[in-house]
Structure formats: C-alpha cells, structure tokens
Ligand binder design. Structure first.
Ligand code: PRT
Ligand code: ZN
Length: 286
C-alpha cells in the first residue's frame, strides 16, 4: 500500500478552521464532516485525525499521528517529546497573569505567597521559578477568569487575545509570560518515506505562508525617479520595469514584505511613485 502521512488537527475549536484552510491552500483536497474522526485526502497521501487539541502532542509523540497542529501553549505545557517543525502564523495569543483591576500592581513579586488559578501549571510554574516567586498554583481546566470573583484565587494565568474576557470579568493583565501561535509538530522518528512526504507538504506550506506575508505591488513613476524607486524596492531578484504608453513613464512591479509594507509605500510615494496597486500573493516559491 502507498505510504500515507497522518496529521492530527483539532476537531472543533479555535485552531480547526485555520488548520484545515492552510492544508486546503496547499492544494490538499478532502471531505471533512464535523462529526468524523478521520478523513483521507484523494489527491495527497495524507490522512487526518480530528482530536481535542490537548491530546495531539501525545498522539504525535507515540506515533499514532505523524504530524499535528497545536498552539505552542499546549505543546510546551504538555512537554511531550516531538519536533516543532514550523510556526504557522495563526491563532496568535499570549499567556498572561491577571489580577482584579482595582488592585495595585508593581511587579511580579505581587504574586509572592498568593494563589493563582490556571490551566497551565507547567508554563506558569517554570516562569515563577525563574522569577524566584513562590505562589500556590491552583490548576483548573476551564472558566479560569471567574476564579478571583468566586474567591478561588487571587490572580489568574490564562490565554488572552483581545483582552475582553479579562475586562468583562473585572481583571487587568499585569504580565505576559508566554507568546503563542499555531505550530506544526512532528514525530521525532519518521520513516524516510514519511519524511519525504513531510518535505513535500512543508514545501507547499512555506509557499503559502511566504505568499501571505508578502504583497505584489505595481506602480507608475516618471523615468527620472526610477533609480530612487528601484533602490527602495528589492523584489524577488530585482523589480520588473516596463515602459508605459506615455513617453517618459514606467510601470514597476515588485514584491514587498508585510513587515515593512507601509514604510516602503511612504518612501515610494515620496520618491515619485503614483497609481500604486497592491495585490495579494497566493503562493510564493523562492
Ligand atoms: O476542545 P479542545 O480541547 O480541542 O479545545 P480548547 O477549548 O482547549 O481550545 P480552544 O479551541 O479554545 O483554543 C485552541 C488554541 O487556540 C489555544 O490552545 C490557543 O493556542 C489558541 N487561542 C487563540 C486561544 C485564544 N486565542 C483565546 N482567546 N485559546 C483560548 N482563548 C480563550 C481564553 O482561554 C479566554 O477564555 O479566549 C478567552 C480570551 O479571549 P479574549 O479575546 O477575550 O482575550
Ligand atoms: Zn483543549
């Protein structure tokens, strides 16, 4: 039988949609009913297991799944021995300490001798140890944000994204202890055949992620400002320059990374660029 690689993704939750979307953008086709535990692709030798995110690192460590997509927070908390293959850029969040909003806070020593409720005793324990703070960690599995108001703990350590859950529970964020995003993890002992499939998959994931973090830019400029504009624009190798029908003008095409996008646009306009078009890139292969 043809070798297949097996990937575990979250069955239903904050990671599910973006995990499946990424794999679809890699050209992998499959049908996933939400009640199903498994699915197989019909155009790539890959099988999907739909699981609770907490179970994914263990399944990957044991080799029941070859690969998995989880939040770094879950990966680090579980402490399983797996490879982190690639950061995937979605489900970004942070693990933070929070206290009732009317409390005065100076620094992390605030937590000395206090009770902290969390679902992340491992990451929190390590953090407090590094800071030399002795606290009582109270592990609970959900609704951590209500712990202070019911008198279960004086502070909490929980996942924050917009901060609105903390705010609506009368809490304020005082320390960020860990930053997280979705990661692709893998079994540390893949067969050569599976490693080859992983490489194939990774090539596609890289092309999709590179595409997302870059924009294709087209702009017009008078020929006498071409040199300055080309200096600003790196492009994949170097920018494309095409003459416009109007004499003395050119159209310049290039690729700009999202991180520097607005600064570059500003510089380009100052250098005489006009009629700037920005187009998303579906895939980018360097
Ligand atoms: O059922 P299963 O066990 O699979 O799912 P789960 O309930 O354990 O996890 P899920 O789906 O809630 O989250 C999966 C992963 O998404 C987490 O492990 C994080 O890596 C990531 N993620 C990103 C988040 C959030 N953003 C997030 N906002 N996980 C949880 N939250 C929760 C947080 O716990 C808090 O209750 O959202 C609330 C805070 O959100 P804000 O926007 O109000 O700050
Ligand atoms: Zn979970």
């Amino acid at each position: 039988m043809e070798v297949q690689i097996r990937i575990a993704v979250q069955k239903s939750g904050r990671l599910s949609e973006d995990s499946l979307k990424l794999l679809k953008e890699c050209g992998i086709k499959f049908n996933n009913g939400i009640k199903k535990l498994k699915a197989v692709s019909h155009n790539f030798p890959i099988e999907f297991l739909f699981l609770r995110d907490d179970d994914i690192p263990g399944y990957v460590e044991d080799g029941i799944a070859d690969l998995g997509i989880v939040g770094e927070n879950v990966h680090v908390e579980k402490g399983k021995s797996v490879d982190v293959i690639k950061k995937l850029g979605f489900s970004k969040c942070r693990l933070s300490l929070a206290i009732p909003k009317n409390e005065d806070y100076t620094d992390v020593n605030y937590f000395q001798g206090k009770n902290i409720a969390t679902s992340y005793p491992g990451i929190l324990g390590q953090y407090l140890k590094e800071k030399g703070v002795n606290s009582e960690i109270h592990e609970i599995s959900g609704s951590v944000e209500i712990a202070p108001s019911i008198g279960l703990a004086e502070g909490i350590c929980d996942i924050v994204s917009s901060g609105s859950t903390l705010m609506s529970n009368g809490l304020k964020e005082v320390e960020t202890i860990f930053k997280s995003e979705a990661v692709l993890i893998g079994n540390t002992d893949l067969s050569p055949e599976k490693a080859e499939l992983l490489n194939k998959l990774l090539f596609r994931i890289n092309a999709v992620l590179e595409g997302k973090s870059n924009k294709y830019v087209l702009l017009n400029a008078p020929n006498d400002s071409l040199e300055r504009i080309i200096d600003i624009l790196p492009g994949m190798r170097s920018p494309t320059v095409l003459p416009l029908a109007q004499e003395g003008w050119s159209s310049i095409h290039s690729v700009i990374n999202e991180d520097v996008f607005w600064d570059k646009i500003e510089e380009l306009r100052q250098a005489g660029a006009e009629g700037v078009l920005v187009v998303p890139i579906e895939k980018m292969i360097k």
